[in-house]
Ligand binder design. Sequence first.
Ligand SMILES: [Zn+2]
Length: 133
Amino acid sequence: MGSRGMTHGKGPGRPKHQPLRTCLGCGQKKPKRELVRVVRTPSGAIEVDPTGRKAGRGAYVCPGESCLRTAVRGRRLERALEVAVPEEVLDLLAKAVSDGTGRVAEPSRPVETPRASRVSPPGTRSGRDPLKG
Ligand SMILES: [Zn+2]
């Protein structure tokens, strides 16, 4: 009996799904990465979440002062988070959006640095020996 081994390769890679979130200020849906995330952690603390990866209930605003102001004054932010947002968090948020990046300096937290340098193994392939007897 002849047996044929057929191996099906995996399909082509799908395009990356871009998660959209709604800004509490202007109400526009934007890619999550372009928004500043505020999170209510499981312990109940409100934090600005530059990484967008903290666990908890999140709310999003554009990195712009007008959107932040609308979100805060309209109480949309605290309604979204279901708790009042402390002033220090609003302060951090204001800094984050004024920077335009949504990044917040957190001195007490070590920053993860991705390792960009790759160590390539040295090629130890020896050529043909030119000397032959
Ligand atoms: Zn907005």
